[in-house]
Design a protein around this ligand. Structure first.
Ligand SMILES: Nc1ncnc2c1ncn2[C@@H]1O[C@H](COP(=O)(O)OP(=O)(O)OP(=O)(O)O)[C@@H](O)[C@H]1O
Ligand SMILES: [Mg+2]
Length: 501
């Protein structure tokens, strides 16, 4: 497998993973940070409101809880007395808020009056706070304070609220929680957030991986297919699903057009090569024909002189006759060669095509009869301005081919027609068929399938047709072959059209 393919798929996967994990992790970090701060704020609020509850529960001043004998009590007796009155209140509040420690501090006695839950924290009763204790600050400036750190209970978050009575600070109340408890709650919350993020990220990654894999796989497939086209132009990309499906369709369309153009170009090149070959051959043939014609004329003339000077019954007379006949045959061949080389227009007249066909049929009468062919004519009256001899050459060549190819007792069908601004003629014979592998060659000079053929008839015919900007084509029709010639030209008149069967 190509290395670039692996890296493409891997790159895609890595990009997708980064695209998912970076935002998720950043969001996670900020979420946890925000959530922790919110939790602490919430804790502070809760502790402050519990402390305020204690403030509210203390009716009047501490003195209200000491009866008239209070004046005679020692500090310790006062603390104990106040504790017995206020202890149940703090215990009640502590019981309502599990894990929270609450209590009263009385400035005049500089002592912790209550500390609930008393079962746990009762031993702190009567203690004074140190000089550096943050409670001192609350007593001094009369402002609530939340302080986190080491205090009487241990490492705590402590919300302290001053007890203001008639513009005097008589002490303060507090509500606190162990820092370890707060941290534990925060950890629990972090764990939940991380869990949700991890599940989300895994799901996102799974989807991204699957997408990257599918997309990368499809692109790999397309790239591999394109590589394959490099070696085999006939190969077409298999269909793909989704958005990528358009790529193979577009590439296949492009390839089809490319192959079409290539085939067309090759055919044109072959045509050009063929025309070049024919031109060279034609020039050679015309040159040779010209050279041969003069001596032939002399041979024929001298033979006729010799024939005349011979006595009747001379055994050589027969040979002379053969010489003359053969010379005439060679002359015919030379004519064909000249036509093949450069058919030239000598004299142009209005040619009545049906007439010319009828006269040509007389010339091949003997061959027609020998084959016993039935001739069907459908001749529209068409006329063209052309060299009479050249058009006759076309007719005779196609007639002879049709007669030679037809089956004994078969049919020969000749038509002339005008359609739009084209006019033409066709020759159909039964009993023959042109093989696919011969289709390309029958117009080639010297291509023949006949024992005595020269293979010049069709190439000469084609040259003349082209001279008049016409086309010649053939097709295998039903039981035979039809040759058709068309020229640019106008229909002359239909009224004289003749038809015979
Ligand atoms: N009507 C037809 N039916 C079947 N095959 C044909 C027909 N006309 C031509 N051909 C084929 O095309 C070949 C070439 O024809 P072309 O007229 O050029 O040469 P030819 O007839 O063989 O020889 P020439 O015309 O020089 O005497 C023929 O030999 C024959 O195989
Ligand atoms: Mg022929």
């Amino acid at each position: 497998m190509n290395r670039s393919l692996i890296s493409f798929r891997m790159k895609l996967i890595m990009i997708m993973l980064l695209a998912i994990s970076i935002p998720v992790l950043t969001t996670g970090y900020f979420m946890i940070d925000k959530a922790e701060k919110a939790l602490l704020k919430e804790k502070e609020k809760k502790l402050s409101s519990i402390a305020k509850q204690l403030d509210y529960m203390l009716k009047g001043t501490f003195d209200n809880y000491l009866d008239s004998t209070g004046n005679t009590m020692t500090r310790a007796e006062k603390i104990s007395h106040l504790n017995s009155r206020l202890g149940p209140l703090t215990d009640m509040v502590a019981a309502d808020n599990a894990g929270v420690g609450v209590g009263y501090y009385y400035s005049d006695l500089d002592a912790v009056i209550t500390y609930g839950p008393s079962s746990e924290l009762g031993d702190k009763i009567g203690l004074s706070i140190s000089e550096t204790h943050p409670g001192r600050r609350v007593l001094q400036n009369g402002k609530p304070l939340v302080f986190t750190g080491k205090q009487v209970r241990g490492d705590i978050m402590n919300a302290m609220v001053p007890l203001m009575r008639e513009h005097r600070i008589i002490g303060y109340v507090w509500a606190n929680e162990l820092t370890s408890d707060v941290v534990a709650q925060m950890r629990k919350m972090e764990r939940n957030i991380l869990l949700i993020l991890a599940v989300g990220m895994l799901a996102g990654m799974a989807i991204a991986l699957q997408m990257a894999n599918a997309l990368g796989g499809s692109i790999d497939k397309i790239i591999r297919s394109i590589d394959r086209i490099g070696n085999d132009l006939s190969y077409r990309l298999p269909a793909s699903k989704g958005v990528l499906g358009k790529i193979p369709i577009a590439i296949n369309g492009l390839m089809n057009r490319l192959v079409e153009t290539k085939t067309h170009t090759e055919a044109m090149e072959e045509q050009i090569r063929r025309v070049d070959r024919l031109k060279a051959l034609g020039e050679l043939a015309a040159g040779m024909a010209h050279e041969i014609r003069n001596p032939l004329t002399s041979i024929k003339a001298f033979s006729q002189i010799a024939e005349e000077s011979m006595e009747e019954g001379d055994p050589n007379l027969e040979y002379i006759g053969i010489i003359v006949k053969e010379v005439e045959r060679m002359n015919g061949l030379v004519e064909q060669l000249l036509l093949f080389g450069r058919p030239s227009i000598k004299k142009e007249v209005e040619v009545n095509v049906p007439d010319l066909i009828n006269r040509s049929l007389l010339l091949v009468e003997y061959d027609l009869r020998k084959k016993g062919l039935k001739v069907i004519k459908q001749l529209e009256n068409i006329k063209m301005f052309a060299d009479h001899n050249l058009i006759q050459q076309i007719i005779i060549n196609l007639l002879l081919n049709a007669i030679q190819a037809a089956n004994q007792g078969g049919t020969l069908e000749i038509r002339t027609f005008a359609a739009g601004n084209r006019l033409g003629m066709s020759f159909f014979n039964t009993g023959s068929y042109i093989d696919n592998d011969q289709k390309e060659m029958i117009f080639d000079p010297f291509f023949t399938s006949k024992e005595k053929g020269m293979g010049l008839g069709l190439s000469v015919t084609q040259n003349i047709v082209h001279l008049y900007n016409g086309t010649i084509c053939f097709e295998n029709v039903d039981t035979g072959v039809k040759f058709q010639v068309e020229f640019p030209g106008k229909e002359i008149a239909n009224d004289e059209s003749s038809s015979s069967r």
